[in-house]
Ligand binder design. Structure first.
Ligand code: ISJ
Length: 175
């Protein structure tokens, strides 16, 4: 039998089995690194919204997509959502830290170092987008994406803010 039943206690949707898994996982990592972005900006003059940096991120992603022979417009659209998701996290944390200053992180990370980490995640996300063209075009994409979203959120123990941000990161993935 080339299709044996999954072992007891596991299912075919066990971690890593979805084609969209790398895209959702990288989006989640970007959402989590956004905590560091917020901590780097808090108490400084650096604004949450930085349009010049956003242009850099979008142009970099589109250029990397072209290099890979992937669709730069689709890549750009997905990255626009990653940027909005990051700002959902940053605004949410600013709200928390304003309401309860005891929760402000004691150490301020270096924004340039955090952005270098975002650049690296971004390159990997462009590759993941390029490698999932078939799964993203499939009619089953929204259903699979929804399952991955739930699975990754559960696995990474994302709180309500970070789940909301991850949801904001994903609407352009399918289609
Ligand atoms: C993450 C940052 O905050 C915002 C979100 C960005 C992003 O997600 O790449 C870029 C610029 C900012 O508008 C940042 O400033 O680096």
């Amino acid at each position: 039998d080339p299709h044996p039943a999954p072992p007891a206690g596991r299912t075919v949707s066990a971690p890593g089995h979805g084609a969209l898994d790398p895209v959702v996982r990288l989006a989640a990592r970007r959402v989590l690194v956004s905590d560091q972005v917020a901590a780097a900006k808090w108490g400084t003059s650096a604004p949450i919204d930085d349009p010049a940096r956003e242009r850099q991120v979008l142009d970099g992603a589109a250029a990397e997509a072209v290099r890979l022979g992937a669709d730069p417009a689709v890549t750009r659209r997905i990255f626009r959502d990653q940027i909005e998701a990051s700002k959902v996290v940053q605004r949410g944390l600013y709200r928390r830290w304003t309401a309860d200053p005891r929760t402000v992180p004691p150490v301020r990370p270096d924004l340039a170092a955090v952005r270098a980490e975002l650049n690296e995640l971004g390159d990997r996300l462009v590759h993941a987008i390029a490698g999932t063209a078939t799964a993203r075009a499939a009619r089953s994409c929204p259903a699979h994406l929804g399952l991955e979203y739930l699975e990754v959120g559960r696995e990474l123990h994302l709180d309500a803010l970070h789940r909301a941000a991850l949801a904001r990161a994903l609407p352009s993935v399918c289609g």
